[in-house]
Design a binder for this molecule. Structure first.
Ligand code: BES
Ligand code: ZN
Length: 610
């Protein structure tokens, strides 16, 4: 009797935690308070001719509420058959909903508190997470390539699963590829190709579905350190080795700050340029854009960012997409601490200031009263992609800076270290964080937390002063404005960040002649640095500076990173001639972009919402 009572009590507690973690996720059909998955075994074959993945997903689940059905997320999947102990079992798919897809509701035995079921299925060629590239779209031009992007809710377009960041499971996988290609996943990875094209994977630590990842292509591995390495196509590998040579050092600096790295290896894969993001923190293997290879290591803060997610995001995970700042705000803070440790304070200050300016631009664009400028978002009935903005990243970062300032760095560091340790492998929502903060750092309660978290805009007493190195940039700018020719300016020691500030601060009413002279001296239009050329195009395209059009077209045809595409197209759309050009280019380039990018750009260019 007592045991039975205990059992009920435990079930009650478990229900309660699971419900807290999940019943507020408006972007998933899963009902983890009844039944949730604990392990996934994938067995898939990549069919490049038809652009489909096909095979089986075997799911182990726990049934904690004697429920007779388990609810999964799917979108654009063809479910062929579902079996349990080799017997077909009944299932239904609900009506498809835009971006959410369909609930897959499967009959299970209410008497058993756990079970295993096998789903035979295949993906659609248009699956939103998948980008199937032709050989021409790769660096080597000889072999096709496939990569996935599951965050935020695209995992369900290639794996039937419970696609909510509050639900974690371990996984194993067998992936069959064409014989000359290699596969990697967010798991233990091969370092050499095998002759059969069959690769086995294991992820022992439980992860949320948005961290499921797969890439298949003709790439090779090069070690960088004991626990670190890089995968890239053969003709990019040398450059990648140079660019990321500091990776092992970075990993050690990160551990020194906030504790042990829990994922064993940390590798990078350099993807083809159509990858829609700068980086994606897939556990054990960050997926990265080739646009961070600037050949001078000046853009590696992006790697620090993805590495930092190994703690903030992958260990302590935003419980829902409304709590996205819990992932990104902490990660930007951590990223800048790694960069400070590596490159010094003056460098990290530049990163923070550039972030601050991005934040001010976003606030201006959105409007200071816009509810989407609150840290805690409300994305009900909306695609969670709409919550991806500088707010989570930079307002989140400056909120954490405010906490740090209040309690002092040593105390804040101890707090964060413990935060990652105590909450590892768990979901974290905004409210749970606030409670934790109150308990651990009571001094912070005099801060206007409500304004930071639940109010739009920035608290009025917040401002950032110009860092040393940008004061120097502005000095040179002033000299130039007063007639000093570009070649006489003192810019020799500048890194990418000083250049970004220089271009950003150019006067609005600059003449074509002046632009040309700057361009001649500093070669902005020919810059191989994607950040610099984007900043330059953003300023010059609206001024109808014609020498910028060809490099803009070249960039837009070749790069698929949304963060660059959006401002460049927007800059073109500011003039009539530019609008014409933007539409022409988009028509040709669209096929090179991932769905994440076309989703945004279709609205911007085709539907003309500026
Ligand atoms: N996890 C994000 C990318 C992401 C966010 C994908 C939301 C899908 C939905 C990644 O860590 C990230 O923030 N990437 C940035 C890099 C950066 C240094 C801020 C990017 O891609 O630009
Ligand atoms: Zn991030």
């Amino acid at each position: 009797m007592r045991n039975l009572f205990l059992l009920f009590f435990c079930t009650f507690l478990l229900n309660k935690t699971m419900a807290q973690n999940n019943n507020t996720d408006v972007h998933s059909f899963a009902q983890p308070q009844k039944a949730y998955i604990t392990h996934l075994n994938l067995n898939l074959e990549a069919d490049f001719d038809n652009k489909i993945l096909k095979g089986k997903a075997t799911l182990e689940y726990k049934n904690i509420a004697q429920t007779s059905q388990i609810h999964l997320d799917t979108r654009d999947l063809d479910i062929l058959q579902i079996t349990q102990n080799n017997q077909p079992i009944k299932f239904q798919l609900t009506e498809p909903k835009e971006y959410l897809g369909q609930a897959l509701i499967i009959d299970i035995n209410p008497q058993l508190n756990q079970g295993t079921l096998t789903i035979e299925y295949q993906t659609h060629p248009q699956a939103a997470a998948l980008q199937w590239l032709t050989p021409e779209q790769t660096a080597g031009k000889k072999n096709p390539f496939l990569f996935t992007q599951s965050q935020a809710i695209l995992a369900r377009t290639w794996v039937p699963c419970q696609d909510s960041p509050g639900i974690r499971f371990t996984y194993t996988a067998t992936i069959k590829t064409p014989k000359n290609l290699m596969a990697v996943m967010s798991a233990q990875n091969p370092q050499i190709k095998n002759s059969e094209g069959i690769y086995q994977f294991e992820m022992k630590q439980p992860i949320p579905a948005y961290l499921l990842a797969l890439a298949i292509g003709d790439f090779e591995f090069a070690p960088l350190g004991e626990r670190t390495g890089v995968y890239a196509e053969n003709n990019t590998l040398e450059k990648a080795k140079y660019e990321f040579a500091e990776l092992e050092n970075m990993l050690q600096l990160a551990e020194k700050l906030y504790g042990k790295y829990e994922w064993e290896r940390y590798d990078l894969i350099v993807l083809p340029p159509s990858f829609p993001f700068g980086g994606m923190e897939n556990p054990r293997i960050t997926f990265a854009t080739p646009t961070i290879i600037a050949e001078d290591r000046s853009l590696i803060s992006l790697v620090a960012h993805e590495l930092a997610h190994s703690w903030s995001g992958n260990l302590v995970t935003n419980a829902t997409w409304n709590d996205f700042w819990i992932n990104e705000g902490f990660t930007v803070y951590f990223e800048r601490r790694i960069m400070e440790a590596m490159m010094g304070k003056s460098y990290a200050e530049m990163l923070a200031y550039l972030g601050y300016q991005d934040l001010l631009h976003t606030l201006e664009l959105f409007g200071k009263d816009n509810p989407d400028t609150r840290l805690k978002l409300d994305l009900k009935d909306r695609d969670p992609d709409e919550g991806v903005s500088e707010i989570a990243y930079e307002k989140g970062y400056f909120f954490l800076i405010t906490l740090e300032k209040k309690v002092g760095r040593p105390k804040f560091d101890a707090f964060l270290h413990q935060y990652f340790q105590k909450n590892a492998f768990q979901g974290m929502d905004t409210e749970k964080f606030l409670e934790y903060l109150k308990k651990e750092l009571p001094e912070t309660q005099t801060i206007d937390l409500n304004a930071w978290i639940y109010q739009p805009g920035l608290p009025s007493n917040f401002a950032l002063t110009l860092p040393e190195r940008f004061i120097e940039v502005e000095k040179q700018l002033k000299k130039w404005k007063n007639g000093t020719p570009p070649e006489k300016l003192n810019t020799q020691q500048w890194t990418t960040h000083e250049w970004l500030h220089f271009i950003e601060q150019l006067p609005a009413e600059i003449s074509t002649d002046e632009l040309e002279k700057l361009d001649q001296q500093f070669k902005f239009s020919q810059s191989g640095n994607a950040e610099i050329i984007t900043q330059w195009l953003q300023i010059t395209l609206p001024l109808s500076y014609t020498p910028a059009f060809a490099p803009a077209e070249n960039f837009l045809m070749n790069v698929g990173r949304r963060k660059f595409l959006v401002p460049i197209y927007k800059a073109m759309l500011k003039t009539e001639q530019g609008t014409q050009k933007a539409k022409e280019i988009y028509q040709k380039a669209r096929k090179n972009y991932h769905s994440v990018a076309t989703n945004t750009l279709d609205k911007l260019i085709l539907e003309q919402q500026r």
